[in-house]
Design a protein. Structure first.
Length: 246
């Protein structure tokens, strides 16, 4: 049984290493799960974020690496059980010159510019917090956003708090800081969750993946594998809590 999975360049979840192989936390989780359900060969398809959902919906590949689950996305694809829960954060230049620590802080500063990857949930979250359309700078891929931040074309790049923390460490040199969002007063919401996604007609693969996720997520092997990429109980346990409900 062969499976093709699409991924994007977004450490620590997935990226292409020095020998042009796909690697990362989501890639390793997919390999562990797919191997356990009898998949004998996995092909990796590098794409852009904007192509993930249309590609799997059209059947150009079998599944996507995890991305945030939303009702709008669920109208087009079938999601697996959640595999992680992660809040948002910013990547900023060292010292955080404009003291940006939430979407509201961007909205409150007329000249603040926020970099967003097209189609990602951070765009709508920022809008909901009052960030104006003229404050957004939209990119197709993460490396473009990083270069814009480096040049001063944007003041912050919005992604997951975990991803930005790992990205800052990988770039090194003290060039950037990762800033986790400061929660609003009374904010008791759980972290948004991410899940694999499939064509809606591919129930067989999704159901097999879900069955294995139920037994594997939260295991010692799973936690050890994820820890290599910076994912801890803080990111894993929100998904487990929702999985038990479902």
């Amino acid at each position: 049984m062969n499976v093709t999975i699409a991924y994007i360049e977004e450490p620590p979840f997935g990226w292409t290493d020095s020998v042009q192989a796909a690697t990362g936390a989501d890639i390793e989780l997919a390999e562990a799960v797919l191997t356990a359900i009898g998949v004998t060969h996995i092909d990796y398809h590098l794409t852009t974020f904007n192509e993930l959902l249309p590609g799997v919906e059209a059947g150009r590949w079998d599944m996507n690496v995890p991305l945030f689950v939303t009702p709008e996305r669920a109208a087009h694809v079938a999601f697996s059980l959640p595999v992680w829960g992660i809040g948002d954060g910013f990547l900023v230049r060292a010292g955080n010159p404009k003291s940006l620590d939430s979407y509201a802080s961007v909205a409150a500063m007329d000249d603040a510019r926020l970099g967003i990857i097209a189609g990602q949930v951070q765009h709508e979250s920022a809008r909901a917090s009052g960030v104006r359309e003229d404050q957004f700078v939209i990119f197709d891929e993460q490396p473009e956003a990083i270069e814009a931040l480096r040049s001063g074309a944007i003041d912050a790049y919005a992604s997951t708090a975990l991803g930005n923390r790992i990205l800052s460490a990988r770039i090194g040199g003290g060039e950037f800081d990762a800033v986790a969002h400061v929660p609003a007063d009374g904010d008791g919401q759980r972290s948004p969750v991410g899940a694999f996604s499939f064509n809606k007609g591919n129930d067989r693969l999704r159901d097999a993946v879900n069955e294995q996720l139920r037994s594997y997520l939260g295991s010692a092997d799973h936690r050890t594998r994820m820890a290599k990429y910076g994912l801890t109980d803080k990111e894993i346990d929100p998904a487990l809590a929702l999985m038990r409900i479902n």
